[in-house]
Design a protein around this ligand. Structure first.
Ligand SMILES: NC(=O)c1ccc[n+]([C@@H]2O[C@H](COP(=O)([O-])OP(=O)(O)OC[C@H]3O[C@@H](n4cnc5c(N)ncnc54)[C@H](O)[C@@H]3O)[C@@H](O)[C@H]2O)c1
Ligand SMILES: O=C(O)C[C@H](O)C(=O)O
Length: 330
């Protein structure tokens, strides 16, 4: 018997990430090739015409799994009964800006959307925040949503998967190993240049990749800055922020969360439970494994002095961002 459709809400549906994301979701790349979906598309009133155009193109693909579409400028409609919410809609940064410079402008979006999710989404909803600064926006949405008592903090996540994928690619190239052979990467912390891409545990066909590369200066002076500043490098090259790779990471994140990571580690920005000394509630990149629609933090990793210093640096930035939005949280 055919599965019941899953309701997927996507904000910023008329934007550039939206345009890379929607067609892949409708083709089954996110929730499975046997899983019908209903797309609930939110964008601003002035973008509704463009959303309609995207919907026309979705229709023209005749996707067998596309069981319905809704376009709206009302978050309460967009998030109604949603089982997956991709919060993409927000202003992107331009050249010379840091992601946290967007906080004042974008934060309010996530108070409104957090309230709508808290009241109207499915109680088991999986929320991924992509709009920047995504960790703190996810924190805002979570804090507001849980006040309504229907959804839990664990339902809210931020996107570190693009950083994870970027780091994998850099490591594959440096070690001359296939990207698919690399296991056990972690990107700790904030989706910002302070993030700590940690490959101390990474293996490739049983070999430790850190030992294979054996170049601490490369780690510090090339790898970490390249991964941390990749978003800015793309803005510089394209004149626009990353879109297809961001959409790809969003699909990877939700697919693994919903369908399981088969024991592999993936990085998700999740509300801390206090693990590794990260204060509870902060949305922080952790290594997780996923099974049956739940994620679990990989425990017991050794944190050496260099790692602790990096993890604290990115945490401090998140604490500052949190302090900057406390007035919005009432
Ligand atoms: N976390 C990540 O790894 C990552 C990667 C790439 C981009 N981003 C972020 O994703 C966001 C979107 O990027 P983009 O390139 O698609 O931008 P874009 O400007 O092309 O599209 C944004 C869309 O959001 C809509 N929007 C704005 N406010 C909205 C609201 N309140 N409700 C619903 N829709 C709203 C706009 O009308 C527009 O259609 C940016 O904040 C960008 O920085 C994050
Ligand atoms: O860097 C940006 O502003 C966009 C995005 O967060 C990215 O990492 O590419």
């Amino acid at each position: 018997m055919a599965k019941a459709p899953v309701r997927v809400a996507i904000t910023g549906a008329a934007g550039q990430i939206g345009y890379s994301l929607l067609f892949r979701i409708a083709s089954g790349e996110m929730l499975g090739k046997d899983q019908p979906v209903i797309l609930q598309l939110l964008d601003l009133p002035q973008a509704q015409k463009a959303v309609k155009g995207v919907m026309m193109e979705l229709e023209d693909c005749a996707f067998p799994l596309l069981a319905g579409m809704v376009a709206t400028d009302d978050p309460n409609v967009a998030f109604k009964d949603a089982q997956v919410c991709l919060l993409v809609g927000a202003r992107p940064r331009g050249p010379g800006m840091e992601r946290k410079d967007l906080l004042t402008e974008n934060a309010k979006i996530f108070t409104v959307q957090g309230a709508a999710i808290g009241q109207y989404a499915d109680p088991d909803v999986k929320v991924l925040v992509v709009g920047n600064p995504c960790n703190t926006n996810a924190y805002i949405a979570k804090e507001i949503a849980i006040k309504f008592g229907r959804v839990q903090a664990k339902n809210f996540t931020g996107m570190l998967r693009l950083d994870h994928n970027r780091a994998l690619s850099q490591l594959a190239s440096k070690s001359s190993r296939d990207v698919s052979s690399l296991k056990k990467l972690v990107v700790w912390g904030n989706h910002s240049p302070t993030m700590y891409a940690d490959y101390r545990e990474v293996t490739s066909n049983g070999d430790n990749v850190k030992n294979l590369i054996n170049d601490e200066a490369w780690n510090r002076d090339v790898f970490l800055p390249t991964v941390g500043k990749r978003g800015a490098a793309i803005i510089e090259a394209r004149g626009l922020s990353s879109a297809a790779s961001a959409a790809n990471a969003a699909i990877d994140h939700i697919r693994d969360w919903a369908l399981g990571s088969n024991g592999e580690w993936v990085t998700m920005g999740i509300p801390s439970d206090g693990s590794y000394g990260i204060p509870e509630g902060i949305i922080y990149g952790f290594p997780v494994t996923t099974e049956n629609g739940e994620y679990k933090i990989v425990q017991g990793l050794e944190i050496d002095e260099f790692s602790r210093e990096r993890m604290t640096h990115t945490l401090n930035e998140l604490l500052e961002e949190r302090d900057g939005v406390k007035d919005l949280l009432g």
